[in-house]
Design a binder for this molecule. Structure first.
Ligand SMILES: Cc1cc2nc3c(=O)[nH]c(=O)nc-3n(C[C@H](O)[C@H](O)[C@H](O)COP(=O)(O)OP(=O)(O)OC[C@H]3O[C@@H](n4cnc5c(N)ncnc54)[C@H](O)[C@@H]3O)c2cc1C
Length: 349
């Protein structure tokens, strides 16, 4: 999908509008993959290789909770059928990590055990029937293609910022940075929503989309760490890991990406928590040590009254960490750190 002048898109909405115009019913018809097999066999002998094993591909056995995910093509269908029942509500539920809102099909899309054509065909049908949820979900499927296109057309993004001026940013490094990174990876930042998100990825190999944004933003804009550190960690942990979507997501939070969040928009991890997990249900699920705090205190335990902490059995620094950084100070530091972007983009070429 290219612009009228034949160049790749750098902004999502016009890309999506063109994508929607170009997607034709015949592209979405059922595809019979059987005739493909003989074509593969026709390859010259020097290109014929045995099917690699999972360990050849670098996969290792795991005991993650995510093994509850229904697997294989039938598993993909089961998940999709279940999601179909709630697709119409997707726009309203997709941002709430405590609610079963999204499809959880990422892992099936990654491994090709569900057909993207089938998903798009059905989402288009629901959209035509007036479903707001289907419209938003379809848009997410288009984001997936958009990031494929970005990686294909701008392969430098795999290692560098999409916008080169962002490569001038000096990230934190050294012992303290390493310690902060370890606290983030292990869910010990002292910010409950971030820590619960990291517990989710560590225990299940999945993280809710809103939390990927919150935890990612925290790494980059609260801890001042290079987005590539977070990208690498997610790549190791996510069952739905996909280079283009992961890279696009990380460059979005770091503001260095294509059609990314502006650098001066910095998520406040406490207000994100109050907004998207208002009763702390998700936090309680992953951080049982905070379960007895009130709906108000659970988002920022350090701000709770000593008596409330005591009644809930929370001892800061023992049962749950103190915050590793103060958000307001970190925010100010980040704006300074990103000032270099303004300077370098103002310089003549
Ligand atoms: C920092 C960060 C890292 C991410 N890393 C990955 C990754 O490695 N692999 C991955 O597939 N997605 C990634 N995403 C996008 C998104 O978070 C996941 O696709 C989604 O959470 C997967 O859950 P789901 O299948 O229930 O999604 P649903 O909400 O049901 O969406 C359906 C499908 O649409 C696609 N999709 C949805 N949102 C996006 C998006 N923002 N960008 C691209 N495709 C999207 C995915 O294929 C997803 O499975 C990342 C987002 C961020 C902010």
């Amino acid at each position: 999908i290219l612009t009228q002048s034949g160049t790749p898109y750098g902004v999502f909405t016009p890309y999506k509008n063109n994508w929607l115009k170009r997607v034709a019913p015949e592209d979405l018809a059922q595809h019979d993959s059987a005739p493909l097999a003989p074509r593969l066999l026709e390859r010259p002998p020097e290109f014929q290789r045995p099917v690699p094993s999972l360990s050849d591909l670098g996969f290792e056995p795991t005991n993650l909770d995510s093994l509850k995910i229904p697997t294989g093509e039938s598993g993909g269908q089961t998940l999709f059928e279940a999601f179909f029942e709630r697709m119409d509500d997707y726009h309203a539920t997709r941002d709430l990590p405590a609610v079963k809102g999204p499809s959880y099909l990422g892992v099936h899309l990654r491994f090709g055990t569900v057909s993207i054509r089938q998903l798009v065909r059905i989402a288009l049908q629901r959209q035509a029937a007036g479903s707001a949820g289907a419209t938003v979900w379809l848009s997410e499927l288009v984001w997936r293609d958009f990031y494929f296109a970005i990686l294909a057309n701008f392969p430098h993004v795999a290692r560098q910022a999409f916008k080169p001026e962002y490569d001038a940013i000096a990230w934190e490094s050294g012992r303290q940075a390493n310690e902060l990174f370890a606290a983030w990876c292990e869910g010990r930042t002292g910010y409950p929503l971030v820590d619960a998100a990291m517990a989710q990825i560590n225990q299940t190999g999945y993280m809710h989309n809103r939390l990927r944004m919150v935890a990612g933003s925290f790494l980059v804009k609260d801890l001042g760490l290079d987005w590539r550190w977070g990208e690498h960690y997610f790549a190791e942990k996510l069952n739905d890991f996909d280079l283009s979507a992961n890279n696009g997501g990380w460059q979005w939070v770091a503001s260095s990406g294509c059609d990314a969040q502006p650098y001066f928009r910095i998520f406040n991890p406490v207000s994100q928590s109050e907004r998207f997990d208002p009763q702390g249900k998700f936090i309680r699920r992953y951080l049982p040590q905070l379960a007895k705090l009130s709906d108000k205190a659970i988002h920022a335990p350090w701000a709770a009254k000593p008596l409330e902490l005591q009644m809930a059995g929370v001892v800061l620094g023992q049962t749950y960490p103190h915050p590793v950084v103060a958000h307001d100070e970190a925010r100010a530091k980040t704006l300074q750190r990103y000032a270099v972007v303004k300077k370098s983009s103002a310089q003549p070429l």
